[in-house]
Design a protein around this ligand. Structure first.
Ligand code: ATP
Length: 480
C-alpha cells in the first residue's frame, strides 16, 4: 500500500497539468491559492464521477430525489445552521512570519515528523492529547502543548506564537445594488442547508414518504486557512450530499445502513476495500449524535473523502425556530406528527477526483523482447468513468484510412466519448492515450479495407487483438 509518498503526489500534480486534467486558477497571474480549474479531460472525468454518484443516489434508490438549490441563501439560514457562531477552526499565528496555521494541522505536521524519526508512540500520544484538548475546547491547553513541544513555524523557524483563536471560514459578500441597502450574505459553506430549507417543498411536491432522501450536487466555499495539498483542500469545491429523513429513534439503524451503502459504492468504483477505512469522530459537531469519515490511503496518508453524520433533528428544528414555519411530517403509519431525524452522506467531488487519479496513476517500466527498456505513465481509470472511452487511430493519414476511421467515429460518438487522432506514430499515440486513461484504442490499417476488422489495444494489459467493426459499439459498451 502507498502511503506518505510525496514524490508520487508531486508526479500526479504535474501529470494533471501536462495532460489537461487540473490547472491552477488564473495561472497567468501567478494563480489564486487553493483554487483550481479543470481542463478538458479533468472536466470530463469530474462529470463522470458526478454522474456516477447522482445515478447511484437517485436511480438506484426509489426513495431519493434530487434538487439543485442556489448558492446564495437567506442570511438567517447560516444563523440557524450554527455556521455563523460555530463554523470556525482554532488557529494560531506565528508572530514573526505572520503565518496562520490551523492548530490541528500544525500539531499533525509535528506528529508526522515524529513518525519519520521513528517515534511513532510519541506521535500517537501527541495526537490523542490534541484530540482530547480540542474535544474539550481547551484552547489554552492546546497552546501549552504547542509551546511544550517547541513546535516551530515552517517559515520563520521560531516558536513565537499568538494565543489560539477561532476563525470563521465562511466567505461573505453584499447583495443589493445600492451599498446602503445591501445586505451581507454568505457563499454557502455546504450544500446541505439548501436541502433542509426545501424539506417540505420536496416532500409535498414529490409526494415522498419517510424514510426518504434528498440529494444535491453543487459548489461550496470555505476560507480554508491552510490550503495546501492540491485539490485535496480547496477554497471553492464541489460537494455531493444526501440528507436522508427518518423517524426519530431509527437513526442508529439508518446510520449503519448508510455506512455500508456508501462503502459499497466506493468499492464498486473499482477501488479495493483495503484502500478504505472508517474513522469515527472523536469531537462531534454541534449537530451530530454520531459521525464517521470514510478515509482513503492517499499518497499523502489516510485522509477523509466522505463524511456520514447522524444529524438528529438539529437542522430542521433550528430552521423551524428561526423561520417560524413548521417543518414537520405527519407519519400516517403511526399517526404522529414529528420533526424528522436526518442521516447525511457528504462527499467532496474534488476529493473523489483526486482519489481516482491517485489510484489510477502508475509508472511502469519493462524490458522488451529485443532487450531494450521501455516505460510508460498510465492512468488505469475504470472504463465506466474514464474521460475518453475509445481512441480511433488510422495507421496512416492517407489511402482511405482516415475516411474509414471517421465513419467509425460517427457510429460511436453518440454512445460514448471518442477521440480521433491521426498525428504521430502509433506508439506515441498509444502512450498519450495511456496517459489520459483511455481504456481502448482501435487502429484502422490496410487489412481493415479487406476484411472490415480493426486492431483493438487494451490500456491495462497493452494486449492487442483484431475485432470486426460490426458490433464495435456493443463490444466497447460491454466492457463498462
Ligand atoms: P476536513 O476535516 O478535511 O476539513 P470536513 O470534515 O470539514 O473536512 P465536511 O464538512 O464533512 O468536511 O464536508 C464533507 C466533504 O466535503 C469532505 O469529506 C470532503 O470530501 C469535502 N470537503 C470539505 N472541505 C473541503 C475542501 N476545503 N476542499 C475540498 N473538499 C472538501
Amino acid at each position: 500500500m502507498i502511503s506518505n509518498d510525496q514524490q508520487k503526489f508531486q508526479a500526479i500534480i504535474s501529470h494533471s497539468k501536462e495532460y489537461g486534467f487540473v490547472f491552477q486558477s488564473s495561472e497567468i497571474y501567478d494563480g489564486l491559492s487553493a483554487v483550481y480549474d479543470y481542463g478538458p479531460w479533468g472536466s470530463e472525468l469530474k462529470k463522470n464521477l458526478r454522474e456516477a454518484w447522482w445515478n447511484e443516489m437517485t436511480r438506484m434508490h426509489d426513495n431519493i430525489v434530487g434538487i439543485d438549490a442556489a448558492i446564495f441563501m437567506h442570511p438567517t439560514t447560516w444563523k440557524a445552521s450554527g455556521h455563523v457562531d460555530n463554523f470556525s477552526d482554532p488557529m494560531i499565528d506565528n508572530k514573526d512570519s505572520k503565518k496562520r496555521y490551523r492548530v490541528d494541522h500544525l500539531i499533525e505536521g509535528f506528529a508526522d515528523e515524529l513518525v519519520k524519526a521513528g517515534k511513532t508512540a510519541d506521535a500517537e500520544q501527541l495526537l490523542a492529547t490534541m484530540d482530547s484538548l480540542l474535544a474539550a475546547n481547551d484552547f489554552a491547553g492546546v497552546k501549552q502543548l504547542i509551546d511544550a513541544k517547541n513546535m516551530k513555524c515552517a517559515v520563520s523557524g521560531t516558536c513565537n506564537w499568538t494565543d489560539v483563536r477561532q476563525f470563521n471560514l465562511m466567505f461573505s459578500t453584499q447583495i443589493g445594488s445600492v451599498a446602503e441597502e445591501a445586505n451581507e450574505i454568505y457563499l454557502r459553506p455546504e450544500t446541505a442547508q439548501g436541502i433542509f430549507v426545501n424539506f417540505l417543498n420536496v416532500q409535498k411536491s414529490a409526494r415522498m414518504k419517510i424514510p426518504f432522501g434528498i440529494a444535491q450536487i453543487g459548489k461550496a466555499f470555505r476560507n480554508e486557512i491552510v490550503a495546501r495539498q492540491f485539490i485535496f483542500r480547496m477554497r471553492e469545491f464541489e460537494q455531493m450530499e444526501m440528507q436522508f429523513f427518518i423517524r426519530p429513534g431509527t437513526q442508529q439503524e439508518w446510520y449503519t445502513y448508510w455506512k455500508a451503502e456508501r462503502m459499497k459504492w466506493h468499492t464498486s468504483m473499482g477501488i479495493p476495500a483495503e484502500n478504505y477505512r472508517f474513522h469515527d469522530h472523536v469531537k462531534l459537531a454541534h449537530y451530530a449524535d454520531a459521525a464517521v469519515d470514510i478515509e482513503y490511503a492517499f499518497p499523502i496518508g489516510w485522509k477523509e473523502v466522505e463524511g456520514i453524520h447522524s444529524r438528529t433533528d438539529f437542522d430542521l428544528k433550528s430552521h423551524q425556530q428561526y423561520s417560524g414555519k413548521k417543518l414537520q411530517y405527519f407519519d400516517t403509519e403511526i399517526n404522529q406528527n414529528y420533526v424528522p431525524y436526518v442521516i447525511e452522506t457528504s462527499i467532496g467531488l474534488d476529493r473523489m477526483f483526486l482519489l481516482t487519479l491517485c489510484h489510477a496513476y502508475h509508472e511502469e517500466k519493462w524490458t522488451k523482447e529485443d532487450g531494450t527498456d521501455d516505460s510508460r505513465v498510465v492512468l488505469k481509470i475504470p472504463a465506466k468513468i474514464a474521460p475518453i472511452k475509445l481512441a480511433i487511430l488510422p495507421l496512416l493519414k492517407k489511402e482511405g484510412l482516415p475516411e474509414i476511421a471517421r465513419e467509425i467515429m460517427n457510429q460511436c460518438r453518440n454512445e460514448f466519448y471518442c477521440f480521433y487522432e491521426e498525428k504521430d506514430t502509433i506508439g506515441k499515440r498509444y502512450r498519450r492515450m495511456d496517459a489520459l486513461g483511455t481504456p481502448f484504442c482501435i487502429t484502422i490499417d490496410h487489412q481493415t479495407k479487406d476484411d472490415q476488422t480493426v486492431t483493438i489495444r487494451y490500456r491495462d494489459t497493452m494486449k492487442q487483438e483484431r475485432i470486426p467493426i460490426e458490433g464495435l459499439v456493443d463490444f466497447i459498451k460491454s466492457k463498462f
